[in-house]
Design a protein around this ligand. Structure first.
Ligand code: ZN
Length: 390
């Protein structure tokens, strides 16, 4: 029965992707990702709400003032606290955190491999100790699908193994093959589960293979069989040199199906965003704009501002004269510096709001450039500005 339903269900796209314009000279494209919680203009940057909150901002700030259409939440953290059953009981993540738009959740693989000191990889999953209280848990490809369905995520990720960098080719191959086997198991389980559900969800498998192009290509080719609604590229931003991350994305660009959305996980710096887009990426997420905001590093249209610097002590000008966010139209650099130096909560609120706005502005510029056939010029101007800044 399950398999019959599965075949029927698998014919219906859970989310759909519409490409509106493509750059003639690069692999960039702009489009719309249609989800049950609204349409998302791509290429999109997704702010990270690890604990079902983007630190320092309310959901109203994000949805209404900043126009965020999709947020990322973290499977591992929310599983450990408050727990997926509690979130399910409260009507899923959208209702629990009062978020009207789309939610993407990662599979937790990355956190298991980066946060948990003790972990044991087995063929059927990974056993790990909570970084909070040391208790023992197990993630399997199937259980992480169940957890993310309990959250009610619009886009789910498969459990993957994200090896540290650097790693031997031999180990990277072993981990990549395991990731492919886990992706198949997760997808089979997902198709059975959603066949019984009225809500719509999409599951993305993750391309791994460390920094080896041949493994990345082998992985992407193997994942094609799953015919999922989109594909993610993981294992980036794990300490490798930046040009290598771009090379790894490039390695699978011609393998991943062009009509499906591609998501580069955990990237990047402002100047890197158009670089990923130029390599066919539609979705990105990163903690940089929010984390850096809190530590005093602000991204502006004129480059980076380290707000604690004495030069801003008496600076009456706005943080970014070209930015229209609430922080920039209302407050001076001197005031922001004062709040930062005093350790005031308001500093984080204002700084985060600006940094998120800056990332969203960059994505708007990128989409506009692709639509108006000027993306290569835009990319060149970003490159020369970042060369000057170095
Ligand atoms: Zn601003």
């Amino acid at each position: 029965m399950c398999c019959v339903l599965r075949r029927l269900q698998s014919k219906l796209p859970q989310i759909s992707f519409e490409i509106l314009a493509e750059c003639k000279h690069t692999r960039a494209r702009t489009g719309i990702l249609h989800t049950p919680h609204g349409d998302i203009e791509t290429p999109v940057f997704m702010p990270v709400g690890t604990q079902a909150t983007v630190k320092g901002l309310t959901q109203r700030d994000l949805a209404e003032d900043l126009g965020v259409q999709i947020l990322l939440a973290n499977t591992y953290h929310l599983y450990l606290r408050p727990g997926h059953e509690l979130i399910r009981k409260h009507g899923g993540l959208h209702r629990f955190m009062s978020w009207p738009n789309a939610i993407l959740t990662d599979s937790g693989g990355f956190q298991v491999f980066s946060l948990s000191e003790i972990r044991k990889i087995r063929e059927d999953g990974v056993v790990f100790q909570s970084h909070l209280d040391g208790s023992t848990h197990k993630f399997t490809p199937e259980s992480t699908v169940d957890i993310q369905l309990a959250y009610g995520s619009d886009v789910l990720m498969v459990l993957d193994e994200c090896p540290e960098y650097p790693v031997s080719h031999e180990y990277a191959r072993e981990a990549m093959h395991r990731t492919v086997r886990w992706a198949r198991a997760a997808n089979d389980h997902f198709l059975c589960r959603i066949a019984e559900m009225e809500t719509r969800h999409a599951l993305f498998p993750i391309v791994q293979g460390s920094m080896f192009s041949d493994l990345r290509r082998e992985c992407a080719t193997a994942l094609l069989d799953l015919d999922t609604d989109g594909y993610a590229i993981g294992g980036l931003s794990v300490g490798e040199p930046r040009p290598l991350s771009l090379e790894m994305v490039e390695a699978t660009e011609d393998i991943l199906p062009r009509p499906k959305p591609r998501y580069a996980m955990g990237v990047g710096m402002p100047a890197e965003l158009p670089e990923y887009v130029a390599r066919g990426i539609d979705m990105m997420d990163c903690v940089l704009p929010t984390r850096n905001a809190r530590t005093g590093s602000l991204f502006t249209s004129e480059g980076r501002v380290i707000i604690k610097h004495a030069r801003y002590k008496d600076d009456e000008g706005p943080l970014d004269p070209k930015c229209t966010c609430y922080t920039c139209v209302s407050y001076s650099r001197a005031y922001l510096r004062h709040l930062f130096q005093s350790g005031e909560i308001l500093y984080s609120v204002l700084a985060t709001r600006h940094n998120i706005q800056r990332y969203l502005d960059i994505m708007r510029e990128i989409r506009h450039a692709i639509k108006s056939d000027s993306f290569p010029e835009y990319l060149r101007s970003v490159r020369s500005a970042s060369d000057e800044a170095e």
